[in-house]
Design a binder for this molecule. Structure first.
Ligand code: ADP
Length: 586
């Protein structure tokens, strides 16, 4: 399921959950940050009082203050500088640590999510949650912690003001809460805009990914102009959605500016009047105005905090939404390990409906593969062959009928034991950007180097792997860029061989490799199939001719079954496919 159209969750439960599940791991740094924040706030709040003292001492002609006041000021600022540094380091440390924790949790959730959940969204969109959303959350956490400091600073300053002139202080303090209401309204708007922006950013990165991945086609089909058009639209939509946030955010500062101006003007008026009538000192006056001016920055930061907080909450909502996507393919309550056996496979009245699609991808499939047999699935494209082999390792669960492996319904055994018994080799060999050794060894965790080499030998991969600059320890590059297509195939076959599965699922490559590679791959495949049950989506005539059983699938049904000779004699769909050369000769 796409995880984007999420209901908006209230802020408080989101924050509570953030604390409980993630922030709590950084609580030491978090509390240190709060402690230094407290120090920072206190050392800021003392400034107006120092200023007042200085002015009053000078007006009173106490010149000895000239000696110690500068020292006090240097001490106060140095203290404040130290607090500033320690607060920032701990604060961002806590925020970054929290994000890392979220990223790990999110990655775990996504790699363990149902295959259907992952397949439903472009990889770039998934990746975005780790970057854009994470950045918004980090910003919100850091800003919130800073905001707590700002709030404390304001409290401290208000205390200073109270000490200097309590009546005036009450007046100034009353003005600021008036700003709270427009700021709350703006915050809501920013959160909505942020959600839109994150969706647009996802669209954009998905498009970029797709376009660069298709670089070859784009050039040969001369699709440059079309791609530019698509990109231009995406960038424009992104700009528009960002602009919406900027517009909402931009309202906050002016509102606070005007309120700040009002406060200073009022204070000037009242204090000025008092000083001229002899009710207050110049020191009090200067100290008070200094307090109001110093308060302007933290007040403004607090005002824009809500907007950042809302952006972070929007990101948090998306991240938690993905983490909470329920899994459907899970172990049954009383799941047992797959019983021992040699790979007897039976599809019984199997049907499958992709969620949200009108017609079933598989209407009804019945066939049997005895241990060690090779069953070839053939049929027109879209018939349901890939879907059928995806049902065995439970990438999806059949919606009708059942699949039995060695007598057990695949939905009633543990997923781990089921998948350990299966190897899949697809048309495109999957190579990770890791060493050759790791690429093969991942077929069976715990395999020794000798076992890996043995598998590579059997898969005709040993010679070229050994010839690599660092042999088996050579990193194969993104997508296995260091190897040719046929070599990649053989590495993936070695991985499957090492796994030593009961059942091999094979999606045969449609296009032939060069003759030499093809021969090596076929030999490796033959060895891999030896003695195990193989379910193959066949494209080569040789494969179907040698299959123990051919199941002809059309529109989600097994329309014919038998050996090559039987089906040719029957003269049905299979015979037609062979006659129209639907299979490659090589
Ligand atoms: P084959 O492998 O025989 O070419 P598939 O198993 O890929 O056929 O597809 C069978 C049917 O299911 C097709 O009609 C296809 O459009 C549909 N289908 C495949 N994948 C999905 C999906 N993820 N969501 C919805 N429908 C799908």
């Amino acid at each position: 399921m796409p995880a984007t159209p999420l209901a908006e969750t209230a802020s408080l439960p989101l924050i509570r959950r953030l604390w409980r599940e993630h922030l709590v791991h950084e609580r030491r740094r978090f509390f240190l940050a709060m402690l230094f924040t407290l120090g920072l706030a206190a050392s800021t709040a003392i400034y107006p009082i120092i200023i007042q003292q200085a002015f009053d001492l000078f007006t009173a002609g106490r010149t000895e203050a000239l000696v110690w006041l500068p020292l006090v000021i240097i001490l106060a600022t140095s203290l404040r500088a130290a607090f500033m540094y320690l607060q920032q380091v701990n604060l961002h440390g806590a925020a970054l640590g929290t994000i890392e924790h979220i990223q790990n949790g999110l990655f775990g959730a996504l790699t363990r999510a149902d295959y259907a959940t992952i397949a439903a969204e472009a990889p770039a969109r998934q990746a975005m949650r780790f970057t854009t959303d994470a950045a918004a959350i980090r910003e919100a956490i850091a800003r919130s912690l800073n905001g707590a400091g700002d709030a404390l600073t304001i409290v401290g300053l208000v205390a200073s003001m109270l000490w200097l002139d309590w009546q005036l202080a009450l007046m100034a303090a009353l003005l600021y809460p008036i700003a709270a209401w427009p700021i709350a309204v703006i915050g809501k708007r920013v959160r909505r805009a942020a959600r839109g922006m994150q969706d647009r950013a996802g669209d954009t990165s998905a498009l970029l990914n797709e376009s660069f991945a298709a670089a070859r086609v784009v050039r040969t089909y001369r699709l440059e102009a079309q791609e530019e058009g698509r990109a231009r639209q995406a960038f424009a939509a992104l700009r528009e959605s960002l602009l919406r946030i900027v517009r909402a955010r931009a309202r906050v500062d002016p509102i606070l500016e005007v309120l700040g101006g009002l406060t200073v003007a009022l204070v000037l008026l009242v204090v000025g009047w008092r000083v001229t009538t002899g009710q207050g000192t110049i020191g009090e006056f200067t100290g008070f105005v200094a307090a109001v001016l110093i308060a302007a920055r933290p007040v403004r930061a607090l005002g824009s905090l809500n907007a950042a907080l809302q952006e972070g909450l929007a990101g948090l909502n998306r991240v938690f939404g993905v983490m909470d996507t329920p899994r459907r393919v899970t172990d049954a309550l009383a799941a047992q390990p797959l019983p021992a056996g040699r790979g007897a496979l039976r599809f019984e009245g199997v049907g499958f409906h992709y969620p949200g699609s009108e017609i079933p991808a598989i209407e009804r499939l019945d066939f049997v593969a005895e241990p060690g047999q090779t069953v070839a699935l053939v049929g027109p494209s879209g018939a349901g062959k890939s879907t059928a082999i995806a049902l065995l390792p439970r990438l999806h669960d059949a919606t009708a009928g059942r699949i039995l492996l060695d007598g057990a319904d695949v939905r009633e055994v543990t997923l781990a034991s089921l998948r350990d018994a299966i190897a899949f080799v697809g048309q495109e060999a999957v190579i990770f950007d890791d060493t050759a050794l790791a690429n093969i060894a991942c077929g069976r965790p715990g395999a020794t180097r000798a076992e890996v080499e043995e598998a590579a030998r059997a898969a005709q991969a040993h010679a070229f792997l050994e010839a690599l600059p660092q042999g088996y320890d050579t990193v194969l590059g993104p997508g296995g860029g260091r190897l040719s297509g046929g070599q990649r195939q053989r590495v993936s076959l070695a991985r499957a061989l090492l796994r030593d599965p009961r059942v091999l699922l094979l999606d045969e490559a449609t296009s032939a490799l060069d003759a030499e590679n093809e021969a090596a791959v076929q030999e490796a495949l033959a060895r891999l199939r030896q003695g195990r049950t193989t379910l193959v989506i066949a494209h080569r005539l040789a494969t179907v001719q040698n299959a123990d059983r051919i199941v002809v699938v059309d529109q989600g049904r097994d329309v014919e079954q038998g050996t090559h000779a039987e089906l040719m004699a029957a003269g049905g769909l299979y015979a037609r496919l062979v006659r129209t050369q639907a299979f490659t000769a090589e």
